[in-house]
Write a protein that binds this ligand. Structure first.
Ligand code: PMT
Length: 397
């Protein structure tokens, strides 16, 4: 087991073309003053309003403007930059940038990064009020929200074009507050424990039984809980995902290690079982690599402990949120699972080829004592927020 420590927030600031680009310089300064590490990426149009040198001076790092820059790519390439970020904020976000992102275009460095990152993406839209109100922009806005993007603003007021209305970029201080403090601190003072990813059950020293879970759902829940002010412990099966800022991560491999890690936490307010825990393990894993004999090979499997059931039966039990991964009869199986394992809330998802596992998005059916809620296909980061909103709805606090 290995516990990863927390680091300063790493924020990627994207700047697209617009008169408000000058305000992005103040935004970067405020983020640096708040202790963040900041990297800036500008679109070609943005460089006509403010020079990259201004952003380099305030961020302390060279500014990237093109995707195919061999020299820059030999340092931190664009995929490494996407992975490096804890959060991406595009300010100002022009109508054109929103349209390109809503349609999944990756025709410059900034849009490519927004597609390639697993970090939350925030946009601070800025444009003339008519452009903002146009049905095409509003459709793009709705689509981006569906994809899990968070919109910060726009604000209303006097515009650079001389008109007055909705379309002004939020002030840098408001963007910093939304990014660093989180929209709501409604989990402040709570300890949230999240399990994520799949487990590996060894067959011999080099082979194991595993599943397709990437950890995305659990990591998104951990990041969202931190954003809302909780102290978060993330117990993760093998996953390549970066640790969300502010989260204490405990890495495990097997179901029994995951059980031990959960058991060692004496006090928790909310437990979220998003991990795909193997129901069975090999009774006696070989201590040497199994040799091919040409004969049929049988493995004896024994049941693993049920982690979530154990948590739900503690005397001082937390609020328990579990998942149900089903290929059929979603509602019936999930309702029975909730009952059998003693969960307060179950998030049921259909799984199969290209569904549920190892994707950035999902659809969920939430079931609890006397209620239910359908969450249509959306980014897992967006679903994480909806799950905690539902927790508040159920507990009414
Ligand atoms: O990680 P991703 O790629 O983002 O994919 C997300 C997901 C599909 C893994 C996630 O949405 C999900 O469904 N997670 C639960 C998967 C699962 O194992 O479901 P289950 O129906 O087998 O288990 C029901 C519940 O019991 C789950 O909360 C599970 O964590 C828990 N469990 C199961 C077995 C066990 N031995 N101990 C447990 O705690």
């Amino acid at each position: 087991m290995n516990v990863t420590s927390t680091q300063p927030a790493r924020i990627l600031v994207g700047v697209s073309g617009g008169i408000a680009a000058y305000k992005a310089v103040a935004l970067v300064r405020r983020l640096v003053e708040a202790g963040c590490e900041v990297r800036v990426v500008m679109t070609e149009a943005a460089t006509r309003f403010v020079t990259p040198l201004s952003f380099q001076a305030v961020s302390g790092h060279p500014v990237r403007t093109t995707l195919l820059d061999a020299e820059a790519e030999s340092g931190m390439d664009h995929i490494a930059l996407a992975r490096w970020s804890d959060a991406v904020v595009v300010a100002p976000a022009s109508a054109d940038l929103m349209a390109r992102l809503a349609n999944g275009l990756a025709d410059d460095l900034l849009t490519t990064l927004c597609l390639a990152t697993s970090a939350p993406v925030h946009l601070a839209p800025t444009m003339n009020r008519q452009m903002w109100a146009h049905p095409a922009t509003q459709a793009n806005r709705a689509r981006l929200v569906e994809h899990g993007v968070t919109l910060l603003g726009p604000a209303a007021g006097a515009q650079a074009c001389g008109e007055t209305g909705e379309g002004r970029m939020l002030e840098p201080e408001a963007i910093v507050a939304a990014l660093l403090v989180g929209a709501r601190q409604d989990l402040a003072g709570r300890h949230v424990v999240v399990t994520a990813g799949g487990t590996r059950e060894p067959i011999d020293p080099v082979r194991f039984i595993a599943n397709r879970s990437s950890g995305r759902m659990g990591f998104a829940l951990a990041a969202e809980a931190v954003r809302r002010g909780a102290a978060v412990t993330l117990i993760a099966g093998p996953s390549a995902l970066p640790t969300p800022t502010g989260v204490e991560r405990v890495d495990v491999e097997t179901a029994r290690q995951m059980q031990a890690a959960v058991e060692s936490i004496a006090s928790m307010d909310i437990f979220v079982g998003a991990a795909a825990v193997a129901d069975y393990r090999v009774a006696a894993p070989a201590d040497r690599k199994l040799k091919k004999s040409g004969e049929t090979l049988s493995l004896e499997l024994v049941p693993n402990p049920d982690i979530i059931r154990e948590v739900a039966s503690r005397t001082d039990r937390p609020f328990v949120i579990g998942f149900a991964a089903e290929t059929d009869h979603l509602r019936e199986h999930a309702a029975a699972k909730r009952e059998a394992k003693g969960m307060d809330l179950i998030c049921a998802n259909e799984v199969g080829a290209d569904k549920g596992f190892d994707r950035p998005d999902n659809a969920l059916l939430l079931l609890w004592g006397d209620g239910e809620r359908e969450l249509p296909q959306a980014d897992k980061r967006h679903l994480a927020g909806e799950i905690f909103d539902t927790y508040h709805q159920i507990t009414q606090d």
